[in-house]
Design a protein around this ligand. Structure first.
Ligand code: PMP
Length: 362
């Protein structure tokens, strides 16, 4: 009975994930399908992480370390922070939930951009919190406008840096300007899911802004580290913030295999270097191909590109599926002409370009 459901849940539109490869093969009777829809790592997973998973798998009769002791210690070393600065999560998705539950009271508000990672709004609403949004300007977070929108009720500001689905970023100067004289009741979350792909000098690393005690940074192992299927991410902040997040998260939120894999992945510099090189080179390849096709796109510092198809993005998405290429339509974001394409390997990108040419001609 619908009347049993909490009122704010009735208003939630569920998150629509990228279409899985197996489902597409099954539904369309295709043998070969590539997925460029969820910003995953097309090179797979670090061989060191795979070996660590194999080794750890015989231990799954035991609960995982609820404190994530070794992983936090390793991350802390890498980031020149202390383990108390770190909270581990079942992907950064879970951390968004933990952050909202820890910091936003019933009558307080979450502030973000109108076109950004949808989970900020969905999880806020599931928790019964209201959300205010500020339109992007030229596909970028408009921090001066967002600052003007801050009221006595604003508690949390989500900034995806780089932004998903646009691939744009806020610069160091813009972030410093935003944080300067920010009211003391506001906490800023910098979501750096794509930080490993950055190749611009004026990108602000969130970890440089922790001393203000009003900034949290989120990162994930789902993208460059190739561990999306295991679900692991982390948040960093001042212990006065993270210690309360520790009270809110589930005791065994990060599973045993994910902890082992993440530890090993952090040691695999070679895999990370290869991934970064591939993404940067292939982004150039895809951008060049799009320019040749006279298709406009938003320049991206992440591992995906937002592409203006100049027609219905949903129809392009469906036509691309028939060609065995899964991209992401942007209808949920209100970008009806657009698709988002994850940077793949050269072979995948060639397949994308070939299929896209064919679909555009129809
Ligand atoms: N933040 C952003 C900006 C993202 O794009 C994503 C992944 N789509 C996430 C967070 C969630 O990542 P995770 O797999 O760690 O939950």
């Amino acid at each position: 009975m619908k009347s049993l459901v909490r009122k704010n849940i009735l208003k939630v539109t569920p998150y629509k994930a990228g279409k899985p490869i197996e489902e597409t093969k099954r539904e369309l009777g295709l043998k070969e399908v590539i997925k460029l829809a969820s910003n995953e790592n097309p090179l797979g997973t670090s061989p060191k992480a795979l070996a660590a998973i194999r080794k750890a798998v015989t231990g799954v009769n035991r609960y995982p370390d609820s404190q994530g002791f070794y992983l936090k210690r390793k991350l802390a070393e890498k980031l020149s922070l202390s383990p108390e600065n770190i909270v581990l999560g079942n992907g950064s998705d879970e951390l968004i939930d933990v952050i909202i539950k820890t910091f936003v009271e019933n009558d307080e508000e979450v502030l973000t951009a109108d076109i950004t990672f949808l989970e900020y709004e969905i999880i806020s609403r599931v928790n019964g919190r209201s959300v205010a949004t500020v339109p992007l300007k030229d596909f970028r977070f408009d921090l001066p406008e967002m600052k003007k929108k801050i009221t006595g009720k604003t508690k949390l500001v989500f900034i995806a840096n780089p932004n998903n689905p646009t691939g744009t970023y806020v610069s160091k100067k813009e972030l410093v300007g935003f944080l300067k004289d920010l009211p003391g009741h506001v906490l800023v979350v910098l979501d750096e899911a794509y930080d490993t792909f950055i190749d611009v000098p004026d990108f602000p690393r969130g970890t440089d802004f922790l001393k203000n005690n009003n900034v949290l940074v989120m990162r994930t192992f789902s993208k460059a580290y190739g561990l999306a299927g295991l679900r692991i991410g982390y948040a960093v902040g001042a212990p006065v913030l993270t210690s309360y997040m520790e009270c809110v998260r589930q005791p065994f939120n990060v599973n045993l295999l994910a902890q082992a894999a993440a530890m090993a992945a952090l040691d695999d510099d070679d895999f990370l270097r290869k991934t970064r090189k591939m993404v940067l080179e292939e982004k150039q390849y895809l951008s060049d191909a799009l320019r040749r096709l006279k298709v406009s796109y938003v320049p991206s510092v992440a591992n995906f590109i937002l592409v203006d198809t100049a027609q219905s993005g949903v129809e392009v998405f469906q036509a691309m599926l028939k060609e065995g290429v899964i991209v992401r339509d942007m209808q949920q974001y209100g970008l009806n002409r657009y698709i988002r394409v994850t940077i793949g390997t050269r072979r995948e990108n060639e397949k994308f370009v070939k299929a896209f040419k064919k679909v555009l001609k129809k």
